[in-house]
Design a protein around this ligand. Sequence first.
Ligand code: ZN
Length: 502
Amino acid sequence: MTEKYQQFRKHVGEIFDLDAVVSVLEWDQQTYMPSGGAQVRAMQIATVYRLWHENLTGDEFSAALEAAKEETANLDPDSDEVRIIRHMQREVDQWRKVPSEWVSEFKRLTTLAHQAWEEARANDDFAHFQPHLEEIVQMRRQYSEFFAPYDHPYDPLLDYFEPGMKTSDVKAVFDELRPRQVELVREIAERGAPVDDAILRQNFDTSKQWDFGIEVIKALGYDFERGRQDKAAHPFTTSFGIGDVRITTRFDPKYIGTALFGTIHEAGHAMYDQGISPSLDRTDLINGASYGVHESQSRMMENLVGRSRPFWKAFFPRLQQYFSSQLGEMDLETFYRAINKVEPSLIRVEADEATYNLHIMLRFEIETALAENKLSVADLPEVWNSKMEEYLGLTPPNDADGVLQDVHWSSGYIGYFATYSLGNLMASQIWTKMEEDIPDLTNQIERAQFAEMLAWLRENIHQHGAKFEPLELLQRVTGNTLSVEPYLRYLTGKYEEIYKLS
Ligand code: ZN
């Protein structure tokens, strides 16, 4: 490639480096840093992030971008070169609206808020987190104002995580989903054959849980030569480059589901990042098409693979070897039904597939109300609890298992939650297409053979990184736009069988 494009890529690489350095600092904060490091770490992250923003939005980079654009004007519109330029143009346009001081202050604030959230959750003390969250909400409203005019003040927040998606789009999807999802949960409660998951709630040695999780994700295709796993308060995946994609997990010694499905979920994210084309390394495009597409990959691994009967045909005998006294006498069918038990519950990340989206809708309503300035942070615990009652028929006994349960708001991630539900929908759409292309898929999963599945995902989704916007990617892969039907078909079919509804 020509000289000006090379010059542009040099800038892109340096901007990426600064962003990746922040990710390393954040990974360290959430895994190994002692709590005493929080104040100074917040300054370090704020400094590096300000440099990132100044580089990205500076005149020098814009000039390099323009020169590269001219030089590559005749290339294939789907080429890496054109797509990288387009992506960086979008980033520049977006971040030029936001002052460097805001970016730096927001990073400092959220780094400290993360610490406060961990403490507040551990001590069930919302008041400890409240002032931090008030500042975050305040700054997030400011962020929206940088993008005025908008249709809805939540639009700029959502667009950050799901490019091209509007608040009204998500509302429309949820309006379609809600009645059918609620109806399914009601039918299961009223007519379903009882399912008992007490076998999952025994004492499970956490080091054995760790070992089994590693065995599973290695089989799925997570590459430990280019990654590692550590413990964290809230599981996450982070990528510093295609050669270093890390995951974290957490354990409950009295419930095997937490670590098991959490680990598979994060490995789904990580395999996406590990599968991105090396030609995109050291660019912003290695973070995937969007958070929704990312969740489609993690939730696909967690649920369509990890909670499926074929998967456990392969892995249940191994799990029994790890935990022979707890599960040795158990049959596969009882286990399969237990891990798919539908029951309204307090904690989103442990929710079954039938109730999961209800947790998301609740958060989406709260976030849009915060963006509209119709809800104050001080009222959040009460509003949370009343919405839990409305959606799931439960009142959290404390804030730690209520409004404080998720890490997202402490990281400033207001606008994120909807992407989980969008990911659920996309996962089913992508899966339907993959099953057409790999007719033998079920048999392969039963034999713990995932190579063809992973190769298909790499070919169709992973390798592209953020070259295509989410809906464009979905269209290219499935030939369709976003739809609730494949997801509802999957869900209904699965639970009609488990709960013997038909
Ligand atoms: Zn996830």
